[in-house]
Design a protein around this ligand. Structure first.
Ligand code: GLU
Ligand code: MG
Length: 598
């Protein structure tokens, strides 16, 4: 999640006093990087995943499970045993938002050979085992909840009031209607903010306390990074819906399947003025979205004409960047990120060397939590221009997490090799984001998607472009499709991403073992998209619905929670089968040797 450095954190009042300083120097730091590295090219594909884990403790006697606030200690031990003694250690561990969370990544990025896809799951398994090995009895690495910190306090102080998160309740047979909660210790704020038929939450931890799965790629140049950023932005809602894994909040069954909107509301630090509820007096702008939200502008030239949502920018910063030779699209992207204030600042990190450090730039950049992140190289490193894909929910098993990660990385290879074009107006991508979070969006949602994804003259992929000859007078470049159509294709309508990936793979030199692993991953995605296999969200809903204690009133008791998390843990450990989620026979781990290059 970035930003979690060590030192003496300043209060919001003090941080605010330095906001202009951070922004000004952040821009200077960006300019240094840009000038030095804009022409950097021929970087090779490198990529890595990030998995966020929760630490839980089972109380088998009382049938309870609780989060354990031992992240710091666990992290320390993991680092002491790993990266600190061996620079080539296969895993890296970092802190995450909650004290019950840790984040694990591979020790070194993966490279561009196909056979590396065959090592992803193994590395994830190592991470899980490593973390588990330093835990106490009855503790395990797993799932969700909340814990306040400095970041939390500053969000609340900047906004001027508590955050308000309202998630629609799932109306089961016996759920009271209207569903109205009472809050015994309320000072009046909850009664005002909670809405009938919604589950109410009032702290950052309810959002940022959720876990996700992210992938970062190094592109060969800045322009490839900008191209991939745009193309993948359109894929975010689709893959998010496919990865849906968070139907429950604060002990209730909700009517949504994904965490996105919850985190978005949980870190929404906009004041009433910025949200348009009061006339602008102390603030500069109306801002239409939270800091955690979907992207607001495309970055590549081909994306420009699809930039159809209002973009609030810091005009002075924009003009400064233009004057320094940055093009319009990049300048407006940065000037948009920089409408935000820094959320935390460490006393020791105020005065920096702008030519050799980038903390102020990273401060603003890393607290703009968008679906995609465009990442300039850090100063004085051998890392190139990168993009991060951020919408996915973390899955129960290493097999699933590997499958989603490999699917996304392969998709980038196909986008580049076949010059695919997924762009649609950004306002439509935003509509897709809303759709993607709805209950069972995978089976029931319809998503705007581009009909002809092959750029003119490019007929490498069978079936590509056939939609152009489709029926009707619809002249739009995009149309509504189900996830099944987008992923698996539909005769005469859309070729489907999996068939395209398969045709790419057929032309690649890949050893049998790796091919088998990849095909199994794609099979999982394919079957999740068609509904043949369940998403984690759907599986969890069914688990609770069938629990003997469940009263069809949308309430999840401690004991139900215990059996759910215990089951999740067993599935993750391979101690329980779950064919409705994982399929049969294709979730085995193989190991491979190296051939073929991406
Ligand atoms: N946990 C956050 C999420 O679920 C992401 C934090 C991060 O950027 O690492 O999206
Ligand atoms: Mg993280």
């Amino acid at each position: 999640m970035g930003l979690l450095s060590q030192g003496s954190p300043l209060s919001w009042e003090e941080t605010r006093r330095h906001a202009e300083h951070v922004r000004k120097h952040g821009i200077l730091q960006f300019l240094h990087i840009y000038r030095a590295l804009r022409d950097r090219h021929k970087d090779v594909l490198k990529w890595g995943d990030e998995v966020e884990y929760m630490l839980v403790k089972f109380d088998h006697e009382n049938k309870k499970v609780r989060l354990v606030l031992c992240g710091e200690e666990v992290l320390q031990t993991l680092q002491d045993k790993g990266e600190k003694v061996n620079p080539n250690h296969p895993t890296l561990w970092r802190p995450e938002y909650g004290s019950y969370m840790i984040e694990g990544t591979p020790g070194q990025p993966y490279g561009g050979t196909m056979s590396e896809f065959n090592t992803v799951q193994d590395n994830m398994r190592k991470r899980r085992q490593e973390a588990a090995s330093v835990l106490k009895e009855n503790e395990a690495v797993c799932t969700v909840t909340s814990f306040p910190s400095t970041l939390t306090r500053n969000i609340r102080h900047r906004r001027g009031e508590k955050v308000v998160i309202n998630v629609p309740i799932f109306k089961d047979k016996n759920t009271p209607s209207p569903f109205i909660e009472t809050f015994p210790n309320d000072d009046g704020e909850a009664a005002k903010a909670a809405k009938p038929d919604y589950i109410y939450m009032d702290a950052m931890g309810f959002g940022m306390g959720n876990c996700c799965l992210q992938v970062t790629f190094q592109a060969c140049s800045i322009s490839e990074a900008r191209y991939l950023y745009d193309q993948l932005a359109t894929i975010c809602p689709i893959v998010m819906a496919l990865s849906a894994a968070s139907p429950f909040y604060r002990g209730y069954v909700s009517d949504i399947d994904c965490r996105w909107g919850v985190i978005s509301a949980s870190v929404d630090d906009r004041t009433r003025e910025e949200r348009g509820l009061e006339p602008l007096k102390n603030n500069h702008y109306r801002i239409s979205k939270s800091r955690y939200d979907s992207i607001d502008s495309y970055l590549s030239e081909c994306g420009e004409k699809y930039n159809d949502i209002d973009l609030t920018i810091d005009k002075d910063i924009y003009e400064h960047l233009i004057k320094e030779g940055i093009d319009h699209l990049l300048a407006q992207h940065i000037a948009h990120l920089f409408i935000r204030d820094p959320l935390t600042l460490f006393e020791e990190k105020i005065h920096l060397d702008d030519a050799n450090e980038s903390d102020h730039f990273e401060n603003i950049q890393s607290t703009n939590w968008q679906t995609m992140r465009f990442k300039p190289p850090p100063p004085n490193s051998d890392i190139g221009w990168r993009v991060e894909f951020r919408p996915m929910e973390v899955q129960l098993t290493d097999f699933e997490n590997s499958a989603y990660v490999v699917f996304v990385v392969l998709l980038t290879r196909v986008i580049l090799s076949y010059k695919l074009d997924f762009l649609i107006p950004l306002s439509k991508v935003d509509e897709n984001m809303k759709m993607a979070q709805k209950r069972d969006a995978v089976r029931q949602g319809m998503f705007y998607f581009r009909k002809d994804i092959c750029k003119a003259g490019n007929a490498v992929v069978d079936g590509c472009g056939s939609a152009q000859n489709g029926t009707g007078t619809d002249t739009e470049e995009y149309t509504l499709m189900s996830i099944d159509t987008i992923i698996n294709g539909k005769e005469g309508v859309f070729p489907g991403l999996i068939p395209i990936l398969n045709s790419y793979l057929e032309n690649m030199e890949v050893d049998v073992d790796t091919r088998c692993t990849i095909l199994n991953y794609l099979k999982l995605i394919k079957k999740r998209a068609s509904g043949e296999l369940m998403t984690v969200a759907r599986w969890m809903r069914e688990f609770i619905a069938q629990h003997p204690d469940y009263k069809q009133d949308s309430v999840i008791t401690d004991e139900m929670n215990y059996s759910l998390i215990w089951k999740c843990n067993q599935i993750a450990q391979g101690q329980a089968e779950c064919p409705e989620l994982l399929g049969v026979g294709f979730n085995k781990k193989q190991s491979g040797n190296k051939t073929g290059s991406l």
